[in-house]
Design a protein around this ligand. Structure first.
Ligand SMILES: Cc1cc2nc3c(=O)[nH]c(=O)nc-3n(C[C@H](O)[C@H](O)[C@H](O)COP(=O)(O)O)c2cc1C
Length: 366
């Protein structure tokens, strides 16, 4: 029986060998936004993981839009050159296509790296003024952002466009906008973080306005054949917050604005939000988005076993699955999934002799 997980899919003009996507994951290892040797090793490894698409971590469109001092950016020529080196390396040594996640951290910017505590930067750690739709902090002990002014809208929109141009220029195969996890665009969408009373606040239509303006401006500079998508929020998991119905309405709007795909994630709008700890907790929401918005849909969140990933795709809940921690834990997860599901996956010739079909030791692994 053939595997749905290992069947190809096309997004705009991009052919993907299977339905497995490596989730964008911050490495906090950049220098003033510039990718380092860590990115070369980390992404070089994942480029040979067997996943069809590897999405580079949140890459910030302006310096003050970074989450931490160690986050990637695409806001200077130096950032562009450093990331170009990584993209060229991955394309040279690996089989995966490479995507990039363009982001602005909004009120969650100016933070510590996760291993430094993950809270707001202290006064002695070079913090900066954050911006958000409204001057409401992410949680107790967090910076109070400045409510965005007219010039902030112009600058941030232009920064997304510039970063997208740079991403196209350095050869990324796909681009996704980070519209989830409590960062700037999600802050606009969620009534929990957006209490504006101008044309950017109030009903969902108005809260979607700025994220949609960015989408249309970015779409105008990204060639039609190059897939452009967004990671969106399936639920704020909070009374009064975004719901799956909002995700469907937003996905429909994004499709109208020219996006090729969405990735359904959730949570992160306030410091005290807790996501469900169930396997595939976003998959039921993704299934509704896919069915009701009619856009190519990925889903992420506690997708761990090959059988689980296979069933999400085979049952049509999502077109693709996105894996985060499972890929860090086992960067050859797709190889092992292919073995378990009786499918083929690309392996570099240097590692061909580890193909389970070619050595008896594989059977001992179970
Ligand atoms: C180390 C780490 C860094 C992350 N950085 C990002 C990021 O840059 N952008 C993003 O959208 N999500 C980020 N996430 C969230 C993951 O992409 C993913 O959505 C989440 O871990 C749930 O998927 P999982 O259960 O497969 O890990 C990060 C997660 C981890 C563990």
């Amino acid at each position: 029986m053939s595997s749905a997980l290992f069947s190809p899919i096309r997004l705009a003009d991009l052919e993907l060998a299977n339905r497995i996507v490596v989730s964008p994951m911050c490495q906090y290892s950049a220098n003033d936004g510039c990718a380092s040797d860590w990115h070369l090793s980390h992404l070089g490894m994942l480029a040979n993981s067997g996943a069809a698409l590897v999405v580079v971590e949140a890459t910030h469109v302006e310096r003050y839009g970074r989450i931490t001092h160690g986050c990637l950016g695409l806001y200077s020529d130096a950032c562009e050159a450093a990331l170009a080196r990584v993209v060229a390396h991955c394309h040279r040594v690996g089989a995966a296509k490479l995507g990039v996640q363009l982001a602005h951290a909004g009120r969650k910017a100016s933070s510590q790296r996760s291993w430094e505590g993950g809270g707001a930067l202290k006064a002695d750690a070079d913090p900066w003024q954050t911006i958000a739709p409204s001057a409401i902090p992410f949680g107790a002990g967090w910076h109070t952002p400045r409510a965005m002014l007219a010039e902030d809208f112009v600058r941030v929109r232009a920064a997304f466009v510039d970063a997208a141009k740079r991403a196209v220029h350095i050869g990324f195969d796909a681009i996704e906008l980070h519209y989830a996890h409590g960062y700037l665009a999600h802050e606009f969408l969620s009534p929990i973080a957006n209490t504006r009373n101008d044309e950017y606040g109030g009903p969902l239509e108005a809260r979607m306005r700025f994220p949609r303006e960015i989408v249309r401006a970015v779409r105008a500079v990204v060639p039609k054949g190059l897939p452009l998508g967004a990671r969106i929020t399936g639920s704020d998991w909070k009374e009064g917050g975004l719901t799956p119905d909002d995700a469907i309405a937003f996905a429909k709007a994004l499709k109208e604005d020219g996006l090729d795909f969405v990735d359904v994630s959730s949570g992160g709008i306030t410091a005290d939000t807790r996501n469900p700890a169930e396997p595939g907790y976003n998959a039921p929401i993704a299934a509704r988005v896919k069915r009701e918005a009619g856009i190519a849909t990925r889903t992420v969140g506690m997708i761990v076993t090959p059988a689980q990933a296979e069933s999400i795709v085979a049952e049509g809940k999502a077109d693709m699955v996105t894996l985060g921690r499972a890929m860090l834990d086992d960067p050859h997860w797709p190889w092992h999934a292919a073995y378990a599901l009786g499918a083929e996956v690309s392996r570099p010739p240097q590692y061909q002799r580890a193909n389970p079909k070619l050595w008896p030791g594989a059977a001992m692994r179970g």
